[in-house]
Design a protein. Structure first.
Length: 325
């Protein structure tokens, strides 16, 4: 009896150890890839305008599904059901994918506001809006995979010289519209990261407009603090969002090269890319630390907030440059 019990205990310990090893392996974040080289691998000819951006959206989306462990946010079994860092990373990247897919549908593929939507993008964009945790039919992975297939169809169609109905328009106004969405994402992440130590914030919701009103009353100041249980989730969500946006901006640098040169804005974009590259540096600590701003222990959230805030400020400047004649 004792021997049988020992075997059961040894088996359980082995399963726990195996689960831990899998969890560590699946928690490894994907590397940054060369967006231009990735696009050139998909076509025998020189990539047309917009091909790199479209292909990068495909590659980033596919990485969410095909990285080690696959897509983990909706897993219901161990060890992934106990993991939260990688699902948070996936959600951050997914939000950036959603924003670009919408901009591709609304702006990049249309010559003007009265032009018709591209059929493939019209089908692709909604596929990414299913809940990131949906696991039953339809599952998140299944819907995202269908969306990727439609994105691939659009990518291949703009590269076909005989298909003049499929286009990508690299214009300053199109690019600015998408950058404004990225600004909002980074601004929100920066605020949530900074709140890791708790802050007394003045209410500036109606600042700048003496006639502005809002639905319900809010106090003039409030204590804002990210829950201790959510600090690492916000950190890894920011890492995922920065990883995806980094690739998208590198693709934009290639496809909008002439627009950026004309606006003398290439250097501004390159500075944003540098700030986002810094967010992808290796985290050597085994856990996300939450020390005070000037305390003995590091605060990884504040370091991340610094890079993202600087990137966001540079995004705002770039947007203003693109708005100038």
């Amino acid at each position: 009896m004792q021997q049988y019990l020992n075997k059961i205990i040894a088996g359980l310990v082995g399963l726990v150890l195996l689960g831990y090893i899998l969890a560590v392996y699946w928690s490894a974040e994907p590397d940054v890839f060369d967006v231009v080289a990735a696009a050139q691998q998909q076509t025998a000819q020189k990539p047309v305008i917009g091909y790199v951006t479209a292909n990068t959206l495909v590659e980033v989306s596919a990485t969410l599904l095909d990285k080690p462990g696959g897509y983990l946010s909706n897993d219901m079994l161990p060890p992934s059901v106990f993991m939260d860092n990688m699902p948070a990373w996936e959600y951050g990247a997914l939000e950036m994918v959603r924003d670009l897919a919408l901009s591709m549908r609304k702006d990049f593929s249309r010559s003007q506001s009265q032009s018709t939507e591209h059929i493939a993008l019209k089908k692709a964009q909604p596929q990414f809006n299913i809940s990131s945790t949906a696991w039953a039919w339809p599952s998140a992975e299944g819907e995202y995979r269908v969306g990727i297939e439609h994105l691939i169809a659009y990518r291949d169609q703009i590269a076909d010289p005989s298909n003049r109905d499929s286009q990508f328009y690299a214009r300053a106004d199109n690019l600015r519209g998408w950058l404004k969405e990225a600004e909002k994402r980074l601004g929100s992440l920066s605020q949530r990261l900074s709140a890791s130590v708790g802050q007394d914030r003045v209410n500036t919701d109606l600042a700048g407009d003496s006639a502005a009103e809002q639905a319900t009353y809010t106090p003039s100041s409030a204590q804002v603090k990210t829950s201790w249980w959510k600090i690492d989730d916000v950190f890894y969500e920011s890492r995922g969002a920065s990883w995806a946006l980094l690739h998208f901006l590198k693709a934009v640098e290639h496809d909008f090269a002439d627009v950026l040169e004309k606006k003398n804005a290439r250097v501004s974009l390159q500075q944003i890319i540098r700030e986002l590259e810094a967010t992808q540096e290796t985290v050597w600590s085994p856990m996300i630390l939450n020390g005070s701003g000037f305390g003995l222990v590091a605060n990884h959230s504040l370091v991340m907030a610094n890079y993202i805030s600087r990137a966001n400020a540079a995004l705002i400047e770039l947007s203003e440059l693109l708005a100038q004649g």
